[in-house]
Design a protein around this ligand. Structure first.
Ligand code: B1M
Length: 212
């Protein structure tokens, strides 16, 4: 791995804000692909944070600091990720489901979709089914995107889909789901319209669902 990516990986892992910012900038100056900077430098580090948390080497504060450090780097990387080749249109309402506070993945998906020309309405984290329904009625989006990072909050996706169904909103709105524990099989089980493994696949998925 390029030394600068290794340094970035370490800086995210250590929650070193200044190190993250400096290494993202150095990687950009070295003309590394922004997607590689994101995936190999930062997302890989967050994966390692999870591994250390499971091993009892990291606790919640370390996870939080690493997440914040990653976000400080994202602020620098964002404009470079958003150089989209093709403009499409459509409105996407996004949120992390009820009980779940993880937002880095959701934000990335929103960022990439925005870069692809979609209007994003981000409902934030810990979003109950009723709020998704309310916003769907109010804003008439083309797509609703739900993110969940905890196995315990995945069922909130099903609750939300059921609530959208009950409100008669499924005919005109596509529902997509994602997040580390979510799988294609789970998405099918809960009758979502689509699942994406990562942010760039989420863009392809939305384009496909909307026929763009
Ligand atoms: Co949490 N946490 N966490 N955490 N955390 C995980 C998820 C965990 C896997 C760590 C571990 O044990 N290995 C574990 C879940 C275990 C499980 O459910 N099986 C866990 C736990 C247990 C917890 C707490 C319960 C810990 C505690 O309090 N004891 C607690 C729960 C709080 C809550 O939500 N109610 C908690 C808290 C936190 C922090 C707040 C400290 C922090 C989040 C900060 C924040 O988000 N602002 C945090 C973090 C940082 C993590 C890890 C380390 C990293 C998550 C992350 O940001 N990854 C995580 C470990 C891991 O995931 N391996 C972990 C980077 C991000 C880019 O990836 O979000 O997967 P991800 O998004 C990807 C794809 O999944 C996909 O695209 C994204 C980009 O490629 N995607 C979508 C995501 N959403 C999508 C939506 C789509 C499509 C694709 O369509 C709509």
């Amino acid at each position: 791995m390029e030394q600068v990516l290794q340094n970035l990986f370490e800086a995210v892992l250590e929650g070193n804000f200044e190190g993250v910012k400096a290494n993202v900038q150095s990687a950009l100056d070295a003309e590394l692909d922004p997607n590689i900077i994101l995936n190999d430098g930062m997302i890989a580090a967050m994966r390692e944070v999870g591994v250390r948390f499971e091993a009892g080497e990291y606790y919640v504060p370390e996870m939080l600091i690493a997440a914040r450090a990653m976000q400080s780097g994202m602020a620098i990387l964002k404009p470079h990720l958003q150089q989209a080749e093709k403009k499409s249109s459509g409105r996407v309402v996004m949120g992390t489901v009820k009980g779940d506070l993880h937002d880095i993945g959701k934000n990335l998906v929103g960022l990439m979709l925005e870069g692809a020309g979609y209007e994003i309405i981000d409902l934030g984290v810990d979003v109950p089914a009723e709020e998704f329904v309310k916003k769907a009625m109010e804003l008439k989006p083309d797509v609703i995107g739900m993110s969940a990072l905890l196995t315990t909050t995945m069922p909130s996706m099903k609750t939300t889909i059921d609530a959208l169904d009950a409100a008669g909103l499924r005919r005109n709105i596509k529902v997509i789901v994602g997040g580390a524990p979510v799988t294609e099989t789970y998405a099918q089980q809960i009758e979502a319209d689509g699942f994406a493994l990562d942010a760039s696949r989420a863009v392809n998925l939305v384009n496909d669902l909307l026929g763009k």
